[in-house]
Design a protein around this ligand. Sequence first.
Ligand code: DGT
Ligand code: CA
Ligand code: CA
Length: 567
Amino acid sequence: MSNEELADRLYDIADMLEIEGVQWEPRAYRTAAMTISSLSTDVSEVYRQGKLTELEGVGKSIAGSIEEYIKTGEIEKWKKLKKKYDIDFSTFRKMRGLGPKRLYVLYKKLGIKNVEDLKNALDKNKIRDLEGFGEKSEEEIKKNLNFLLKSNTGRKLLGSVIEYAYNLRDELMKSGFFEKVEIAGSTRRMKETVGDLDILCVSTNPSKGMDFARNMKEVKNVIVSGETKTSVDLDIGLSCDIRIVKKESFGSAMQYFTGNKDHNVKLRKIAISKGLKLNEYGLFKGKTAIAGASEEGVYKALGLDWMPPELRENMGELEAAANHSLPHLVELSKIKGDLHVHTLDSDGADTLEQMAAAAEKRGLSYIALTNHSRSLKIANGLDEGRFSPLMDKIDKFNSKSRIKVLKGVELEILKDGSLDLPSKLLKSMDFVLGALHQNLKMSRHELTERLLKAINSGLISCVAHPTDRLISQREALDLDFDRIFSACKNNDVLLEIDGFPDRSDLPFDMVKKAKEEKIRFSLGSDSHRLEHLRFLDLAVAIARRGWLEGKDIVNTLGYEDILKLRR
Ligand code: DGT
Ligand code: CA
Ligand code: CA
């Protein structure tokens, strides 16, 4: 049982109640589901502390369902509804354009239960004839389904597995059977999505250690069971390779299983060129191991500086390590503020005071309040009349508070490239994120011109989530980034690294390119609730994967200096 499984059940209930035409409940179930999927602790822990109803969106009745699920692994209400609506809602939720009600029509009229059924019906052009669908909508569904099938590779977002992975590590460590337990693989490299978890251990008692690992509460199913390697399916829907290696091989095994593969292949070639042999057991000259206990030792013996895992993507890091020119990557501890935060004032769930207090607790000295602007109606965007009192409120807050709040906005860049709020108001703000959210069906040229106009306006500080991609839901916008980058450079406009897990935007490879164009960056969590503030760490990870140093990122500036950016 996991938070995610439970959240899925709750989302299912919401979808099915919506089909039933129930008024308020679907919304309540969705809010509860969202809260639970973004919790950083196990929901059964919250239950044990008797604090379920303190969670946002969780009233008595939903708390009852959660308790039932924790105790029995099932929810009677879900089972009952599911008998009536045998539809694979959770997969369809990842696809755009088909809400519960339309899914129900497809189910009732054509017996479509899952994406395979949908694909068959589309192949036979059966959907266009349904009432309320038509040819155009059939095309749209086809497009969205293809995108889902292409991108739904079973990978999970780093943001939804990283804490879980650390917890597994701690759980293994606490068993007492291991001397060392470390996460390797793509999770260690902080890749935005993870295919499976890789854990390396040194054990004082391998057979008991593996036995313990196979019986952890998170394990659903054992795939491979051996003394040195165990593979299991975890309850979050990921598999996990657990390996026990000898102490003297731990460094080389960490190196090998951290990858990525291309980095490893090149590293092995470097070893061969020096007459050495490199594998997961060590670095060998003939039969003698000359390194292996530590990762640093392995790289050093090959004439290379050790490099942070985030860099190991075969993007030039081995060359840089050979001539001692690796970047001094930015560190989380150097980040002084979060430059993308929403509150209740637009579409967030918590207040300014709550967000600021939580950010202060995380060690930050400022946050930028960047609520949406008026045209983004679905996000309750603010017009001038609502921004003014909010800005007064921020002034009052800042006069009494140690952590400071920047007056900001996530500003709609309108269809013609003009801005959604008057210049005078924008000029009085401390941080303006310009964003494309609406009317995106334009040609590459039109869309590029639209964004360039905003960048050239002199009124925006930064381009928010520049590609607008949503991992496995929506492709990146087709923009001429060469022109965008040079306009940003010429106008001193920043590019955002949005750490919200399914955005992770700019993507790290583009970050590296933009840095080479001498552009600076701002990092934001894009928080819509307290639990999201941790996504700033993920923005830092993307920055590191894009080779950024402290000086490349404005969040390393103090509050006073951040204000000067617009003065
Ligand atoms: P993932 O799981 O798809 O998110 O990505 P990784 O990087 O965790 O890949 P995974 O779990 O298949 O393997 C872990 C590491 O093991 C990988 O990063 C590099 C290493 N590795 C796997 N297969 C090979 C291979 O065929 N050759 C070499 N040199 N290394 C490999
Ligand atoms: Ca992996
Ligand atoms: Ca693996």
